[in-house]
Design a protein around this ligand. Structure first.
Ligand code: DMJ
Length: 640
């Protein structure tokens, strides 16, 4: 017998007794009310009935507002405004959705601007009025109020709240039922929803992981990787961009008083460059506060021992306290993406400090890789040896893990330097041609364009979620004058990346998908058991941001909004924070991994905010270039 059973029995019999009494008293009260009612005059009864009917009608009329406020409260959040502006989203899957034409950029654009760096509550009243109007329009168009659940579902947290909101027998995300209802106007509330998501994530970090690298939101603890407050530093410029002044100030105080790089720790050169050096440099540029530049110089100089190798191809790990560097224990190789995706940051450090050694070290890598044998039509292998400087483990060519940001940084370095370095441009253009020739295929039955891999001469229809940076990068290139067909390809790949989300039962993409190419396939996308996790990665929303900025097609905002809602539904932890999950195919138990990666704050939420903003000057893409961790760095003035 279960130890709790006896207790349960007592409790049940008590409730039984109690309910008997409750029934008797209820009957008595009913009779007494009826007597009183009969004693009233006909006029009094009519007046009471009329008032009740009036109250009922008013209640019905205000129903959506009331229920939406209630939904907000169930989350335990203070600010319920976020939920009062949700618009109905029913995601679409292939075959091609019925597209409702977007109107030209509507006059509401001006309403949509959230004051940067200002108190967002200033806009709350206006938002509310606008929302009521929008709600009315939507009702006229036959849209139903969305079922939005701001809680973890199916896991240890908030199970009850989530299931409450799903109607019986309704499989909410069943792909077969999905079709898109495109929005007709931008939504200022979406910006607030991102701020709320950030605040929720930050609350978890603050309560359980303050000053540590990563939050473990389920166990309410933290994970230490480098021991440098990684999440806090990665999130600095996001807070600035989102206008979260209070949070920014407390983080800044930590950087000023607690952050020290004088520590006997091994850090990964690439990760600490893109997250810490990149984060500090961009925060310096956005705020003008030299605290961040000083810290950037400190970490930058401490990373330099990594470049002391026979080939000048840097080691992967540096001890920033001891000033020593080494490759991983099991190999003398570094990954190609890692050594070729630190250039934007070190070049910027040289420009700011007027100390050439940083730029020299990273430029040498690019020149070296440019000349190396072993590329296939501009595509690079995944590993490079730090002793002899040659590519190793040749045979696999991918735009995914270990090679991805090589391609991204070819273009972005070219842009950062004012589009003058032809070598970078040529390598980029050649690589994109290489992608088209070797890696691009269409899936069956619906013809999704995807980027597969080349494995020892054989094509593999495997695509990492990481590859979803590519639509954004292609679009950025086209915006900077590169061939227009790059934009066409960007749009096709964007659709594919979106389908990687919408075709999953949770509406969240897995880490890796495999596309079907055989005629007669019944679905385009397969996911292997080991690939079903979602780490809260940014690449798709990153690309949505670029695509929206350049095309102004609102479907990209809609897609981002759907994704944010799914993050809220399946990865939000009620006590604070968001967690990566193990299984995007099981909406009943997505299985939390108990980790919030720093890039969720550094990248994912930042790109979502920028995607929902209609202000092209909020980090203008003609003035800034984002590093691969979403930290904006200035495009150099042409005089420089
Ligand atoms: C980030 O650290 C960077 O975007 C990197 O280039 C790839 N991986 C993560 C996000 O997925």
């Amino acid at each position: 017998m279960h130890p709790g059973s006896r207790q349960g029995y007592v409790s049940i019999s008590f409730v039984g007794q109690g309910s008997g009494n409750y029934n008797n008293s209820k009957q008595w009260r009913r009779q007494s009310c009826w007597r009183k009612w009969k004693q009233l005059s006909r006029l009094q009864r009519s007046l009471i009935l009329f008032t009740l009917v009036l109250l009922f009608i008013c209640g019905i009329a205000s129903y959506p507002t009331v229920t939406e406020q209630f939904r907000g409260l169930t989350d335990g959040e203070q600010d319920t405004d976020t939920n009062s502006v949700l618009r109905p989203i029913t995601p679409h899957v292939l075959p091609e959705p019925v597209k409702q034409g977007h109107p030209s950029l509507p006059e509401q654009l001006s309403q949509n601007r959230l004051q940067r760096n200002g108190n967002t509550s200033d806009t709350a009243v206006e938002d509310k009025a606008a929302d009521n109007k929008k709600k009315k329009n939507r009702e006229e168009e036959g849209f139903v109020s969305p079922l939005v659940i701001f809680s973890w579902r199916g896991a240890v947290i908030d199970t009850d709240k989530a299931t409450e909101s799903i109607k019986d027998g309704e499989k909410e995300d069943s792909p077969a039922k999905q079709e898109v209802k495109l929005s007709k106007e931008p939504e200022a509330g979406w910006l607030k929803a991102v701020q709320e998501a950030f605040r929720h994530a930050w609350k978890g970090y603050k309560d359980f992981a303050w000053g540590h690298d990563e939050l473990r939101p389920i166990s309410k603890s933290y994970n230490e990787w480098f021991g440098l407050g990684l999440t806090l530093i990665d999130a600095l410029d996001t807070m600035w961009i989102l206008g979260l002044k209070e949070e920014f100030e407390e983080a800044k105080a930590w950087v000023a008083t607690e952050l020290t790089f004088n520590k006997n720790v091994d850090v990964n050169l690439f990760e600490s460059t893109i997250r810490i050096l990149g984060g500090l440099l961009s925060t310096y540029h956005l705020t003008g506060d030299t605290l961040f530049l000083d810290r950037a110089k400190d970490i930058g100089s401490r990373l330099m021992p990594a470049f002391n190798t026979p080939s000048r191809i840097p080691y992967s790990d540096v001890n920033i306290g001891k000033g020593t560097a080494h490759p991983p224990r099991w190999t003398s190789d570094s990954t190609v993406a890692e050594v070729t995706s630190i250039q934007l940051e070190f070049k910027e450090l040289s420009r700011l400090t007027q100390e050439p050694q940083y730029e020299a070290a990273v430029a040498e890598i690019m020149n070296h890789v440019h000349k190396l044998d072993g590329k296939v039509d501009g595509l690079v292998p995944m590993f490079i040896n730090t002793n002899n400087g040659q590519f190793t483990h040749q045979g696999i060519y991918t735009l995914g893990a270990r090679a991805d940001s090589y391609y991204e940084y070819l273009l972005k370095q070219w842009i950062q330097g004012g589009k003058k370095d032809n070598q970078l441009l040529e390598d980029y253009l050649q690589a994109i041609e290489g992608v088209k020739k070797n890696l691009l295929q269409k899936s069956s039955p619906n013809g999704l364009t995807f980027v597969g891999e080349l494995s020892h001469g054989q094509f593999s229809p495997k695509m990492d979620h990481l590859v979803c940076f590519l639509p954004g990068t292609l679009a950025l290139g086209a915006h900077n004058g590169l061939p227009a067909d790059h934009m066409d390809l960007a749009k096709q790949l964007m659709e594919t990346c979106y389908q990687m989300y919408v075709q999953m039962e949770t509406g969240l993409s897995p880490e890796i998908v495999h596309f079907n190419m055989h005629q007669g396939s019944t679905r385009d996308i397969d996911v292997k058991l080991a690939d079903r996790h979602n780490l809260l990665r940014p690449e798709t929303v990153e690309s949505l941001f670029y695509l929206y900025r350049f095309t102004k097609d609102r479907k990209y905002q809609d897609w981002g909004w759907e994704i944010l809602q799914k993050f809220n539904k399946y990865t939000k932890v009620s006590s604070g924070g968001y967690t990566s999950i193990n299984n995007v195919r099981d909406p009943d138990y997505p299985s939390p991994r108990d980790k919030m990666e720093s890039f969720f704050l550094g990248e994912t939420l930042k790109y979502l905010y920028l995607l929902f903003s209609d202000d092209p000057n909020l980090i203008s893409l003609d003035q800034y270039v984002f590093n691969t961790e979403a930290h904006p760095l200035p495009i150099w003035p042409s005089a420089a």
